[in-house]
Each structure stands twice: as structure tokens, then as C-alpha cells.
Design a protein around this ligand. Sequence first.
Ligand code: MN
Length: 260
Amino acid sequence: MDRRNFVQRSALVSTGLIGCAAPGLAQQQPATPFTVPQTLIPIVGSSEMYPVRRIYCIGRNYAAHAREMGSDPSREPPFFFQKPTDAIQHVPANTVANHAYPPLTKNYHYEAELVAALDKGGRNIPVARALELVYGYTLGLDMTRRDLQRAMGDEKKPWEIGKSFDQSAPIGAIHKLAQTGHFTQGAIWLKVNGQTRQSANLNQMIWSVAEQISKLSEAFELFPGDIIYSGTPENVGPVVRGDVIEMHIDGLPNLSVKIV
Ligand code: MN
């Protein structure tokens, strides 16, 4: 490769326009004493499955929700946390999946969120090119053990136990971009037992999906298979065993779970 081609390729990599496999995922897998399942999400209208590499979540991305969590949305840059990849619980459309009430909490909260799924990666992606990384979209719940999250926050300890536990990421099937287009506006709502609890518009996000991808790529190198939970509107709240959560985003089938 001559220097000019090398520079061109480097420029493409640095702007995220070359998709590549995550490091460490060799094509020839060595023998292992046991197997660990790959987290896969169905792709609507395809026999292929979407392989999940990482789950990123943005915090306090709607002004009214930021205020209800006790922060000032006008001064706060976006911040991110992760859930473990196997926290995914795929919920098929037109079903009510059982979702187990998790241990240790007495204040288990729903957060309805738009989710972007990437099929390209890179670092330092400009906002103007960030949406080129998006493979598709779905909707998901960022389930939260709010009491544990708050207690850890009060002690300036990590959030993991409140946010990053088993099955904490119920999610719908991935819709390819061609099926939905990008989501810059549209209703997002969540009902519990048929009663509206959250109701907002995607255009009320403080940081757009493009801005989230751009900011995230300054902190982490992004790769195909990364998905981004884009934050929840105001009026998060608790559920108990027996409750049925239904969430909606205009342009996607509703997602429903029953807490058991
Ligand atoms: Mn959230």
C-alpha cells in the first residue's frame, strides 16, 4: 500500500466508514472447554440475526427526565453507561413476554427508549456522518433497580448493580434502516396495565442519535454490533409483579412484557 492509499484508508477508518470485526474475534475459533452463547437479536424480514457486541446507554437525554433525576439539563454533556451484552431479552412483536422481577430491589423502574443498532464503527465520528453507522432501529426498556442505582450514586460508587443486571434490556427485533428511516421525531409512550405513564416525542431528546454516536465515538472506538439505548423521557416509575408494560414508538411495533 503506498502512502497515499494508506492515508486514504486511515481517513476512512478514522471517520468510521470502514466496517470491521471487533478485535479478538478470530475467524478460526480455538477449542474451548465450554461455549458461551453469542447474543443475537432477530432482524425483521430477514433470516439473519443481528449479533450484539456492546450495549451503550445514554443518561438523562430528555430535559424533563434530567430534572426529575435531580440534574440541570442545560449544562450537562451527554454521559454513557453500559449493560452487559447478555442483558438482552428479545421480546417478539405481538406477544407479552414474561420478565422476571429481579433480586435485591424494592423499586424496579421502566425506562422506554429508542435503540439504534450499528453495522459500522470508528473513532471521532463527525455528527454529519454519524448516521452512516446505523444499520437499523428498535425500541427497548432500560430496566433499572432505582433504589440500588440511587444508593450507589449517593455513595459515589458505580451504577452497575442498578443498571447492568441480568435481563435488564428487553428489546424488540431490529428493523433495517430501509424499513423505518431515521427517527428524529414521533411519539414515544409507555403504559402500565393500560394506563399511560410516559408520553413524549423523540424530538425532545437533548442529544440526537447522530450526536450520541459522535460523542460516544470520542470515548470508545465503536464497532459493528454496538447498540445504543438513546435515553428515556420523563415520568419513569415503578412496576411490581403482575404488571404489564406496553411501550410504543411511532413506526415500530409495540413491545410488551409482564413482570413475574
Ligand atoms: Mn435509560
